[in-house]
Write a new protein. Structure first.
Length: 400
């Protein structure tokens, strides 16, 4: 897709409020993606080395699994902001065909490479395991989340959200123009209602975990969708509050610490009580919202997230996510560390280093080349450059 580039318009917003169009590139979001990927890696190495049992620090390492909530909120925000803008006459939603093509190119090729490598050289598996993992339906087939690929449950949940998003957009389409601000309360209400998912006793086959089903995590995507609505269409006061970075980071810190207490259940592979699961999901949504709000609402620099290192890791974050559990399965025997026998720092450093190297190769050899091919195909078959809302000359398309 080509962007129609226009000179920056003079800003009339108060200092610190973001004034770019909803298609603008947000460097800090890319940096936040890197934070989430590394958080997921840390929680898995902490579990495999039994570091989650350390006093004080252990429960915090175990609860870094809430980094998945940040991933989901990022997707919710980036994919929903064009719909929030369209409801206010600021953008045109992408065609459904183009949307699904972009999702497929973004997710599937690198994922298929990782699945094939892990199943061939690490885990093995039956036809059902291969089928379920290649089609991202492992949530619905018993015992198909296999060694080296267990983290993919969250990618399967995310893909379910991708499929549902156009339907959600259609359902929300009547809420536009003068009543567009009703969209945020509805998203909030549905997110709150989804917290009751754990209270349903579904007749699922043994080996299918109801707590991994997509509806259980609507509030995590809802956090990002809510941010998209608030940052585009709500009064200046709301956006100004969202730029108060210290307030939201304090809320995030307190929420994260609370999530590491028994109220949200223990870390690791344990079955949580119903109230613990609901509490954990609710705290994850609050955490993701609090971390993302100052990033998407403020044009002030975020030195850490905007840094070259974090931008690079953000570009490679998808590769880090899809490869790190398979890498971890290989690292443990290579460094002669038995599972749950300690050596957290050693295992984490080696796993992180190798995952970054493989992720960099995945990005350079698979992800980016295929996106370039996809963009070239669109140009060749569109007949004319695709129109877009004016953006500043420095803006580029946010990767998601």
């Amino acid at each position: 897709m080509q962007l129609v580039v226009a000179p920056p318009a003079p800003s009339t917003a108060p200092h610190g409020l973001r004034t770019t169009r909803p298609s603008g590139y947000l460097p800090a979001v890319e940096g936040m993606r890197a934070v989430a990927a590394i958080g997921v890696l840390f929680t898995h190495t902490a579990f495999q080395t039994d570091a989650i049992r350390w006093p004080v620090l252990g429960p915090l390492l175990g609860r870094l699994d809430l980094a998945v909530a940040v991933f989901f909120a990022i997707s919710g925000y980036l994919l929903w902001r064009v719909h929030a803008a369209a409801a206010r006459g600021l953008a045109t939603p992408p065609s459904v065909r183009r949307y699904f093509r972009h999702r497929a190119v973004r997710i599937l090729p690198a994922y298929w490479v990782a699945v094939c490598v892990v199943l061939l050289f690490v885990a093995g598996g039956s036809f059902e395991v291969w089928f379920a993992n290649l089609t991202l339906t492992q949530l619905y087939f018993p015992f198909t989340l296999t060694t080296g690929l267990t983290q993919m449950w969250s990618l399967a949940v995310e893909v379910a959200f991708y499929v549902a998003l156009p339907l959600i957009a259609i359902a929300m389409r009547p809420l536009r123009d003068d009543i567009a601000n009703l969209r945020a309360p509805i998203i909030l209400g549905v997110s709150l209602a989804s917290l009751g998912w754990a209270h349903f006793n579904l007749p699922l086959p043994q080996g299918v975990d109801p707590s991994s089903m997509p509806p259980a995590y609507l509030s995590w995507f809802g956090a990002g969708m809510l941010l998209a609505e608030l940052s585009i269409g709500w009064p200046e006061l709301v956006t100004r509050i969202m730029t108060k970075q210290w307030i939201f980071y304090v809320v995030a810190a307190l929420t994260f610490c609370l999530s590491a207490t028994p109220v949200a259940g223990p870390g690791g592979l344990v079955i949580l009580e119903t109230y613990q699961f609901s509490t954990k999901v609710a705290l994850g949504a609050i955490l993701a919202f609090a971390l993302m709000a100052p990033v998407v609402a403020s044009d002030r620099p975020h030195r850490f997230l905007d840094s070259r290192v974090m931008q690079t890791l953000g570009r490679w974050s998808y590769g880090i996510f899809i490869w790190h559990v398979g890498v971890l399965a290989i690292v443990l025997p290579v460094v002669a560390v038995a599972p749950f026998s300690g050596h957290f720092v050693l295992v984490t450093v080696v796993t992180l280093g190798l995952s970054i190297l493989i992720a960099a190769a995945s990005y350079a050899l698979v992800e980016e080349p295929l996106r370039v091919v996809s963009r070239r195909w669109e140009r060749n078959h569109s007949g004319a450059p695709t129109a877009a809302a004016p953006v500043t000359a420095t803006a580029t398309r946010q990767r998601n």
